[in-house]
Design a protein around this ligand. Structure first.
Ligand code: HEC
Ligand code: HEC
Length: 262
């Protein structure tokens, strides 16, 4: 009779420990995308706090182990991204994380509301290009990114082309949230201790929205780049071949011919 109680008692004792462990695991595996507070990024990454589906342990474990893509809706905002499967998270760990997520909800209904600040696109452009320094000393975006129409072959290539970022990442509100709290490791590092101010993030978001509306065919930019790079490489190849041809060991016939010429 008593034996049957053991598992229950154990579960009762373990529950808080599991939630603690879940919190650490969440920080390690999930916070990079879903945010430290599980608040998500409006329009880009769904919140897990205050998300009814995140209360469903089976769903959470399945998403973690198998990934998820396709449209979904949380709190009136639609998402259509890709979460990769995470085989590095064991099923037991996924359950621990699910426990932690259960504890979160109720605390906060929907994460922070999207920032309402209206940005000034002209200011955003100057900040993007580095014509106006960022207040906290962060690097200008152009160091790593390109957008169409701002100088051919201009900008860095570490980050993505941002021409249509506004369309993919939830417009001005989504971008502002993303920029105040970047989810991408490289950018997070680059702006660590030098965050964008809210006004700067809003201005940059407004600028990117403007760019996405002004530039209908960013693919032609890529094509142009490929052409230039292709022609350049072809040139190099021809020079290389000519050099190899000049330096090749002379064949017997050629040696005889040049002997005869003397
Ligand atoms: C690389 C970024 C990334 C990481 C890391 C990540 N997620 Fe996700 N997650 C997403 C995206 C994007 C979606 C939305 C997918 C879609 O739109 O179909 C999502 C969706 C989900 C959903 C479904 C939400 C719903 O409303 O149904 C759950 C649950 C979830 N993630 C849990 C986790 C947990 C737990 C972890 C850590 C083990 C984690 N995610 C790590 C990006 C990520
Ligand atoms: C140190 C390099 C670096 C700097 C500086 C930088 N970024 Fe990024 N950014 C990245 C990387 C790397 C990624 C993520 C991987 C990718 O999208 O290529 C990224 C991703 C993004 C994304 C998401 C792109 C997408 O389509 O998924 C946006 C938007 C963005 N950056 C905007 C900005 C803005 C605006 C600035 C200036 C305030 C900026 N970045 C400065 C490196 C940088």
């Amino acid at each position: 009779m008593k034996r049957r109680l053991y598992p229950l008692v154990l579960a009762f004792l373990l529950a808080p420990t599991l939630a603690q462990e879940g919190k650490a695991l969440y920080g390690q595996f999930c916070a990079g995308c879903h945010g430290a507070e599980a608040q998500g990024i409006p329009g880009a990454i769904p919140p897990l706090a205050g998300n009814p589906r995140a209360l469903d342990e089976t769903h959470v474990v399945q998403v973690v182990r198998q990934g998820l893509s396709g449209p979904l809706e949380v709190g009136g905002v639609t998402y259509n991204g890709v979460m990769p499967p995470m085989p590095q998270v064991s099923e037991a760990q996924a359950r621990a994380i699910a426990q932690y997520l259960k504890g979160l909800s109720g605390a906060e209904p929907q994460g922070p509301a999207p920032v309402a600040t209206q940005g000034d696109p002209a200011l955003g452009r100057a900040l993007y290009l580095g014509q106006r320094p960022l207040q906290n000393g962060g690097a200008p975006c152009q160091a790593c990114h390109t957008v169409a129409g701002l100088g051919f072959l201009g900008g860095g290539s570490l980050g993505k082309d941002l021409t249509d970022a506004a369309k993919r990442l939830g417009g001005e509100a989504g971008l502002t949230a993303l920029l105040t709290n970047p989810a991408f490791p490289v950018m997070r590092e680059a702006y660590k201790g030098k965050p964008l101010t809210e006004a700067e993030a809003a201005a940059l978001a407004a600028f990117l929205v403007q760019v996405s509306q002004e530039t209908p065919r960013p693919s032609s930019l890529y094509l142009g780049r490929f052409l230039v790079a292709g022609v350049f490489l072809l040139g190099l190849l021809l020079i290389y071949q000519a050099a190899v041809w000049q330096l090749r060991p002379k064949s017997l016939a050629e040696r005889i011919r040049s002997q005869l010429r003397r």
